[in-house]
Design a protein around this ligand. Structure first.
Ligand SMILES: [Mg+2]
Length: 202
């Protein structure tokens, strides 16, 4: 039995923080997991910037509400789910991800959650567990699934290294340079072709 673990941002949706940066004019918020491999460092940097500029959770949710899935994402994901099991494994937060998850047809999502103060400021976050993406893959392998991982960034490397098969989808050049051993795809059609072969060969 196969299960496919998909990253969310950069694979099915635009980068949330990049769009918050655009909307708020706080350009330092464009830094993402694509640039900073240390997730906690990145989050502490973001939380400090939000505080400095008085940006609340509701401001970010408003930006998220205005964003659509990447073109073709829903059709591609519907195809995947007609072929095999698929879930979303994201380092985003339940407070951010749900509008996108609804737009993807309500798949299972494994993500983190935010700590929010009474005045609506984001003051921290809770990781669901340490090394979360790798642990998801390990858990499904314990259940005797063959796991396929799809991601685009440094924060996906745990699941990409742990999975039985892994494919990058539109990774930036620095990720390809640092991890040259994985196949790279750039369109949903390319990804569909590779997945068809993997699922078909089971
Ligand atoms: Mg991503």
């Amino acid at each position: 039995m196969n299960i496919i673990c998909f990253d969310m941002e950069g694979v099915f949706t635009p980068e949330i923080w990049v769009n918050v940066a655009k909307k708020t004019g706080v350009s330092e918020l464009t830094r993402t997991t694509r640039d900073e491999p240390d997730y906690d460092k990145l989050m502490q940097f973001r939380i400090a910037l939000l505080k400095k500029h008085g940006i609340r959770l509701s401001d970010i949710q408003e930006v998220i509400g205005s964003l659509e899935l990447l073109p073709g994402a829903r059709e591609f994901f519907d195809w995947v789910r007609s072929q095999t099991q698929a879930i979303i494994v994201t380092d985003s937060f339940v407070e951010f991800a749900m509008p996108f998850i609804r737009k993807l047809g309500n798949p299972l999502v494994l993500c983190h959650n935010l700590v929010v103060s009474s005045d609506g400021m984001i003051t921290g976050y809770h990781l669901r567990q340490e090394d979360p993406k790798r642990q998801v893959v390990k858990a499904f392998q314990l259940l005797k699934y063959t796991v396929i991982a799809i991601g685009d960034s440094y924060n996906d490397m745990g699941m990409i290294q742990q999975a039985d098969h892994s494919i990058f989808y539109r990774p930036p050049d620095n990720v390809i340079r640092d991890y040259p051993d994985y196949p790279v795809t750039r369109t949903y059609d390319e990804l569909k072709k590779r997945l068809s072969n993997m699922i078909g060969s089971e």
